[in-house]
Design a binder for this molecule. Sequence first.
Ligand code: HEM
Length: 134
Amino acid sequence: MRIHSTSSMGLPREIPAGSGPVVICGHTFKAGDVLSVPSYTIHRSKEIWGADAEKFVPERWSPERLTARQKAAFIPFSHGPRACVGRNVAEMELLVICATVFRLFEFEMHQDGPMETREGFLRKPLGLQVGVQD
Ligand code: HEM
């Protein structure tokens, strides 16, 4: 969910008329400006995750290695009051589905090269060849 965030750029949120200006990370935004939470960029920041930010390294999540900044920067369900309302359902589904599927089946990659994706609110995989065996 870090490397292949379901949502890569978040939903656009407009600062309503009569609000603002707001200052975020030293940048000033006024009413009418449109902001979103860029999960893809934050999840791949070398400044936060280190030089191997692009790599899948499960050990990075061990409590001894994970920094407080990394913990706060893992935001697949976005951040703030308009973050995903389905988070608890989704986390429960992910746990049950992944545990069941990986217990019952063996998977094998049948593709050379990276998985192509289409960017949008949802980061959609365009295809991945895998073999499944029970
Ligand atoms: C792995 C699964 C899921 C992921 C990664 C995910 C992620 C997200 C993200 C990033 C947002 C946008 C927040 C923003 O930037 O403004 C969002 C919004 C939302 N999600 Fe999910 N979501 C997931 C599953 C679900 C499920 C299962 C439901 C419903 C049961 C759901 C309902 C919603 C709704 C209603 C919003 C809009 C919230 C608002 O505009 O206030 N999501 N989700």
